[in-house]
Design a protein around this ligand. Structure first.
Ligand code: LLP
Length: 427
């Protein structure tokens, strides 16, 4: 469910041809679809209506102001992990009162900022952090609303770098310690117990780990509600998306690779609503990738095609500094030419110009024959794309566009050479 599609061989975003946008705004270029953001948010919100949901977009996935404003207008809250993210929410017109603040290492300054702005809750990850928040709150003569982030020790069955809910991970407070943690927190004058939360990982493509976490948490959440009058249970984010079209739901390849049906708002709701509805609590979700992943693409232009005895290297003007996911997680992004290409597919390595072999978007992938000047799109780049980009190799960062129907907003200008040295001095 997104607004990137092919018409007469050309790739479109909403009503605009991506090749025309690349021609006008240059490459590398991120292009986002406003209606995809809206629809993903609303679909999840509507499907989970029986749980009285509060959806806080995990803005670490995409924190462009125009994206945040689009979602804030639909009513979204935000899951933030730094003072910088709260600053962005406020600049975009979002409400602090709809923000939850996660992270294992919040600073005193960040806590004070969030308290002054009046966030909905801190998601607390340790005893030292509980004491720190209490201390900062008392100093400011405020009471900090909190929820403990519980580590339920449930395996999310995803990439090891994005698994967070087992005792091997640095996140959350161990499940068994939660009753004692709430007892202690309830005695602190600077703390108000508002909820309880879990987050088990990211890019989870089966409903099973979510259902397992919800089931495990149920008796504990009931007790906390009865004892402390908490008002919400947070199920975290982590809802996975389809990156590989060969795994598109229902295809034979899909069924071969996985035993479970694909994760959709409906399947997610079917798995968790029956477990959580009897709680009678507001359910808070923090999806990042589900809302933004398929709402954005990265456009690049082919600089050279280099053929060797072994390989067909397609060298493009985007690199690992623009989209690090393939280098970092060996992740898959579908690559599509922006206009129709004829000819037999060639097994190709698509690479960037950075001086590292890791600067590789794909290896030995059958792609239509491409030549210098052709343009391609990396699909599903709307989550953890631009936000993880850098200026490595002194490459100015890409521009970002937000398309809404026929309208285009330059949501972030392309950086210039001067941007590369802003704040530096030679002596
Ligand atoms: N809530 C918490 C507490 C999180 O740590 C995260 C993600 C989310 C929500 C949102 O997860 P999502 O719904 O987007 O899966 N850079 C990696 C993903 C890192 C996720 C970190 N935490 C990637 O590109 O795959």
């Amino acid at each position: 469910m997104h607004h990137f599609y092919k018409k007469n061989g050309s790739l479109f975003c909403e009503q605009l041809k991506l090749d025309n946008l690349a021609e006008k705004y240059g490459t590398p270029l991120y292009v986002y679809s406003a209606n995809t953001f809206r629809e993903h948010y609303n679909k999840l919100n509507d499907t989970l209506a029986p749980l009285n949901p509060m959806i806080c977009f995990a803005m670490k996935a995409n924190s462009n102001l125009a994206v945040l404003r689009t979602l804030a207008k639909e009513g979204a809250g935000f899951d933030i992990v730094s003072g910088g993210e709260l600053f962005r929410v406020l600049k975009a017109g979002g409400k602090a009162g709809k923000c939850v603040f996660a992270g294992v290492g919040k600073t005193d300054e960040e806590i004070a900022y969030a308290l002054k702005e009046g966030i909905y809750a801190f998601h607390v990850e340790s005893y030292p952090e509980l004491e720190q928040i209490n201390r900062v709150a008392l100093k400011l003569k405020k009471v900090a609303p909190i929820a403990a982030r519980v580590n339920p020790n449930v395996d999310a069955d995803t990439h090891h770098k994005i698994t967070t809910g087992t005792y091997e991970n640095k996140f959350g407070i161990p499940f068994e310690e939660i009753p004692a943690f709430y007892a202690k927190a309830s005695r602190l004058a600077g703390i108000k117990l508002r909820g309880v939360q879990v987050h088990i990982g990211s890019q989870i493509t089966s409903v099973k780990p979510f259902a397992a976490a919800a089931k495990k948490m149920l008796p504990l959440v009931r007790t906390l509600k009865a004892k402390y009058g908490i008002e919400y249970f947070g199920m975290g984010g982590g809802l996975g998306i389809v990156y590989d079209p060969a795994l598109e739901s229902g295809s034979a390849a899909w069924w071969n690779k996985q035993k479970n049906p694909p994760l959709t708002p409906a399947s997610y709701a079917k798995a968790i609503v029956p477990i959580l509805k009897p709680l009678g609590l507001k359910v808070l979700l923090e999806p990042g990738r589900f809302i933004s992943g398929n709402a954005g693409v990265l456009l690049a232009e082919v600089v050279h095609v280099k053929k060797t005895a072994k390989k067909n290297f397609v060298i493009v003007d985007a690199a690992m500094n623009d989209l690090i996911r393939p280098a970092f997680y060996e992740s898959y992004h579908q690559i599509e030419p922006l206009t129709a290409k004829s000819g037999k597919a060639i097994s190709s390595d698509v690479v960037g110009p950075i001086c590292e072999s890791g600067d590789t978007f794909c290896k030995n992938r059958p792609l239509p024959p491409l030549k210098a000047g052709d343009r391609v799109a990396f699909l599903s780049a709307g989550a953890y794309g631009f936000v993880m980009s850098s200026q490595y190799n002194s490459r100015p960062r890409a521009a970002e566009l937000l398309v809404d129907g026929r309208k285009v907003v330059v949501a972030r200008k392309r950086e210039t050479l001067d941007d590369l040295i802003r704040g530096e001095r030679a002596s």
